[in-house]
Unconditional design. Structure first.
Length: 271
């Protein structure tokens, strides 16, 4: 059996969490990632019949029974994942009852999965119902995106439109726009349910005055979605207090989207 520490999905988690911490998106133990894995690939590195322990999830994820995920841990710092993955990451499988996570590897110090796991599982269910290839859910606190929450109206159309105006690439990278939730208590099933509902329509969901959730087919795609929003938010924050002389016009955004053949939210443009 291959060494689990050399598995591509472990390497991806190590590299991504380190990069997110470096960028300041995941201070202290902020942020979390869950990644739906291929069972056959996992079986090359682990005995998937060996359950180390079982942990209640506090949520019935019946559609995900038997699915295997690699997830970040509760109270764990992203900066430590790269050097100590076995304590900071875990590989879990949703048990037959739908409400229990079977630990197959990791959390060696007795830890458990992120407290946001129900929100992640709900988002996975929502995204898989829209696109079966969406396998990654990522939550973080990008600085400029968060700062923008305090000075920009938290309206999906208005926020998306402003972000699209900031960089030529934006409407091409996230043509489906950005969903928005008001401030809600984190770590609860309520915020998970609200996020999942938005995830049926958007791959990106802003948690008001908190951070952002992203979903994608790969770690790179999901990271890139959030990275593009954060770049646009940074440009907005650098220019919001100054008179704007130039902007990308709605007709030009339409031209971009149609040239690159993306399905964009026409109702988010003022044409």
């Amino acid at each position: 059996m291959k060494d689990i520490l050399t598995a591509p999905f472990v390497e991806e988690m190590k590299a991504t969490t380190a990069n997110m911490y470096r960028l300041g998106w995941d201070e202290r133990n902020g942020g979390n990632i869950s990644y739906l894995l291929d069972e056959k690939e996992v079986a090359e590195y682990l005995d998937i019949n060996n359950v180390i322990r079982e942990i209640p999830t506090g949520f019935n994820a019946e559609p995900l029974i038997g699915k295997i995920f690699i997830v970040t841990g509760s109270g764990k710092y992203f900066k430590n994942v790269i050097n100590d993955p076995v304590n900071n990451l875990g590989i879990i499988r949703i048990a037959e009852d739908g409400t229990t996570a079977q630990l197959l590897w990791g959390f060696a110090d007795g830890g458990r999965f992120t407290s946001e796991l129900p929100a992640h599982l709900m988002s996975h269910m929502a995204r898989l119902s829209v696109d079966p290839e969406n396998r990654v859910i990522m939550h973080c606190h990008p600085t400029n995106t968060l700062a923008m929450n305090y000075i920009h109206e938290l309206d999906e159309k208005k926020l998306t439109h402003t972000l699209w105006e900031m960089c030529t690439e934006c409407i091409v990278v996230f043509p489906d726009g950005v969903g928005v939730l008001p401030w809600m208590l984190c770590g609860t099933n309520s915020i998970g349910e609200a996020t999942a509902e938005k995830m049926k329509e958007f791959r990106l969901v802003v948690w008001g005055m908190h951070g952002i959730y992203g979903a994608g087919k790969t770690m790179d795609e999901t990271f890139g979605l959030i990275e593009t929003v954060e770049k646009a938010a940074q440009i907005y924050m650098l220019t919001a207090h100054m008179p704007r002389i130039n902007t990308i016009k709605d007709a030009e955004m339409q031209e971009l989207a149609e040239f690159f053949g993306v399905q964009y939210r026409k109702d988010f443009l003022n044409l």
